[in-house]
Design a protein around this ligand. Sequence first.
Ligand SMILES: [Zn+2]
Length: 356
Amino acid sequence: MAVLEVLRELVEIESPTDSPGVRRVAEVCARELAALGSRPRFLDGDHLVAELDGDGPPLLLVGHTDTVWPEGTLATMPFRVEDGRAYGPGAYDMKGCLVVLLEAVRLAGERRRALRVFLTADEEMGSRRARPHLEREAQSCAAAFVVEPPGPSGNLKTARKGLGRFRLTVTGRPAHAGTHRHEGVSAVEELAHQVLALDDLNDDERGISVNVGVVRGGTSENVVAAEAEADIDVRVPRHEDRERLEATLAALEPRLEGARLEVGGGWTRPPLEPSAGAERLFAKAREHGHALGLELEAESSGGGSDGNIVGAVGVPVLDGLGAEGAGAHAPNEHVFLPSIPVRAELLARLLRDPGL
Ligand SMILES: [Zn+2]
């Protein structure tokens, strides 16, 4: 099928994480991959794996079939093409990128390496279900290429931060705000101290970010608050930072006498640290890109992807190999159509590279 037709078909199936559309998107990809000679199979219902015979240990191609857009979005954000851009929910992240993957496998033809395609069904929610399957399928692979969108200037990604989601729960002691205020211990006041202490953990130089994104607490303005909590997003570039930060969070001490703290939650993605393996993959990509008129650079991303999971099992990862576009997770989301054949050819050349 023509590239644009497949893109339209994929975008017009709404596929928020955990919806039936996810499996339908995977079935379209399975149909296209089967037409290219692969043997697709489903794991845990909707994660797709497809093997393609070829030389050597397989190269892993990683993408995802879910989007962040709820069902019904198409009514206000229909698929449309304008000025070389295709719009619609998930057109860029990552249905346009899935088309790059499919097209790359086609263009790579017969003289390519053995391939294993893994399409995650719940990437946008942190790949909790896919993770053990992806780890297992990645283990025997020589290298992995992730078709997430490239950086804003088209750059590839050789490192990504690790992500954690924590919850700090503060327990105080309730009391009447007017008559018995001094008998109470305010969980809201304690939380205020802790929010400022957490903010101090930010370290731009090391690339560590700690964001208290949500706070909740108290029951009424005339009651000293008994409970309060904060949801915290933590991002770290290295494993050692992760351990240090985890220890710091576990060691938080209350400032008010009688208040208690409890930290829950944990790490959702390990950091994808810069590695010699990823550098080598990037050097190859830059060389092939050069022949296609692309001046590619490598960059590190603050956001996570399935590349983090694959990197953690020791497989070298090159990420950002999808199509160019803009507005991921935003109403103007679109993929830049002329980049699809170029990025597909870049990936196809990597899949044919005997030196990987
Ligand atoms: Zn994505």
